[in-house]
Design a protein around this ligand. Structure first.
Ligand code: AMP
Ligand code: MG
Length: 416
């Protein structure tokens, strides 16, 4: 079997070569802005943050129990101490702790300077104001020292970093209220095609509903992107050209789907050539060989294929790395693992294929993968059932049941 789509006068660009071009072409947006911490989830930090305080700020207890000085304790025998008061979280014990005394203390409550030990409440018994400690009570334990988590002036978060929920927690623990982050990448996207019908209208013969725009809208949902959905544009050269120029004026990136191939009504490349620069890529990837990449002024342009699965595969593998770089973070290669294939997979040499699969793991931790169904680039149902790609290299001539294949998780946070 021969992959007819790979029979080109010029060799197709490998996925790695296309990624290297992306890495060379995209620079992070230069501008930054201030945001409140509560609005910073998913934004890209552009200035590193240092802690203005020690964390913990005070010496405090790691347990609910009784705090005392080890000098007042007996190291081998049971001993007793008299209760001097209580230290609550947020309401410290006031006053010095005299010799022979202990205090009731709760988790997070400040320790008196004299105390160096906390014994948990389950290990004492209380008779009125007298606290009985057991023999060999563990001394100098259960204390959180000042700055043991973070030292004042030390690095909390290093820029550039896409902030996650844990980062917000860490920054909040240091009292950081405002941050400097990259401004969002401005992205416009639209669908092209005479056959596209808006949802809510009945389908006339020969027409289809526009699924790509809804998918892209979802794939582009990210706090470091500011996205404009520009709707559907018919296969009309003049209209397309006007929209391209218009979108490029106030966006960093324009993404279109459809019309990027070499059919009679595929105008994207021609128009891009007229109003900008085109670097048309025929990539050794399946699905999704044709991809019009270029620039209109300072705006980057991606003309993705029309078939929905080709849109997802090219978006995840080529557009996401570019958008990440623009947003200020470097793209991380998706995790790959190896699984035993339980389906027969047809494949002709010539392109790297991303076939859709369903991953499972047996009781011994071994991974198995099965095809999720038909693999045509229009078959969205098998894409929706899949949870991984089976990545078949260019030279692969098909996979037998029992062969090992490379797997890439589709919902890997780094590629979506
Ligand atoms: P094209 O590249 O424009 O020739 O489109 C290739 C295939 O993808 C055709 O079958 C189109 O009908 C289909 N297609 C194009 N755009 C969309 C879209 N927005 N949603 C769903 N299918 C589409
Ligand atoms: Mg079309």
């Amino acid at each position: 079997m021969i992959d007819l789509c790979s029979q080109e006068p010029k060799p197709l660009l490998s996925v790695e070569a296309a990624l290297a071009r992306i890495e060379a072409a995209f620079r992070p947006v230069a501008e930054s802005e201030n945001v409140f911490l509560k609005d910073a989830l998913g934004r890209v930090l552009s200035e590193s943050v240092y802690s203005p305080i020690n964390i913990p700020h005070d010496r405090n207890s790691a347990m609910d129990g009784y705090a005392f000085s080890s000098q007042d304790a007996h190291h081998e025998q049971p001993f007793t101490l008299t209760l001097a008061g209580t230290s609550w979280a947020g309401r410290p014990f006031k006053g010095p702790l005299p010799p022979g005394y202990c205090i009731r203390i709760f988790t997070g409550a400040v320790l008196p300077d004299e105390a160096d030990s906390v014994v948990m409440q389950e290990q004492v018994f209380v008779k009125g104001q007298v606290i009985h400690f057991l023999a060999k009570a563990r001394l100098r334990q259960n204390i959180r020292e000042i700055g043991e988590d973070i030292r004042e002036g030390s690095l909390l978060c290093t820029a550039p970093k896409k902030l996650n929920a844990i980062d917000l927690g860490l920054l909040a623990s240091a009292g950081i209220d405002k941050l400097v982050v990259k401004r969002p990448v401005k992205i416009a996207f639209f669908s092209t095609g005479d056959e596209l019908t808006a949802l809510g209208l009945p389908l006339v013969s020969g027409q289809i509903y526009d699924s790509n725009r809804y998918m892209l809208g979802g794939l582009l949902t990210d706090a470091s992107y500011c996205v404009t959905d520009m709707g559907v544009i018919a296969d009309n050269k003049q209209l397309l050209e006007e929209r391209f120029i218009d979108a490029a004026k106030n966006h960093d990136v324009v993404i279109t789907t459809g019309g990027a191939s070499v059919g009679e009504a595929d105008y994207v490349k021609e128009i891009l050539e007229r109003c900008g620069e085109v670097d048309f890529w025929k990539i050794a990837i399946k699905p999704g060989k044709p991809l019009a990449f270029g620039k209109i002024g300072d705006c980057y342009f991606f003309g993705l294929p029309g078939n929905p699965v080709a849109v997802i595969v090219t978006f995840q593998h080529l557009v996401v790395p570019a958008l990440k770089q623009l947003s200020g973070v470097s793209a991380i290669k998706p995790w790959q693992l190896t699984a035993t294939c339980t389906s027969l997979l047809k494949k002709a040499p010539g392109r790297q294929e991303y076939q859709r699969g369903i991953l499972s793991q047996d009781q011994y931790g071994e991974f198995f993968v099965a095809s999720s169904g038909k693999q045509g680039s229009n078959i969205l149902s098998s894409m929706s059932q899949a949870d991984c790609y089976m990545v078949l290299p260019i030279e692969c001539q098909g996979v037998e049941v029992g062969d090992k294949v490379k797997i890439e998780l589709i919902r890997n946070a780094e590629i979506i």
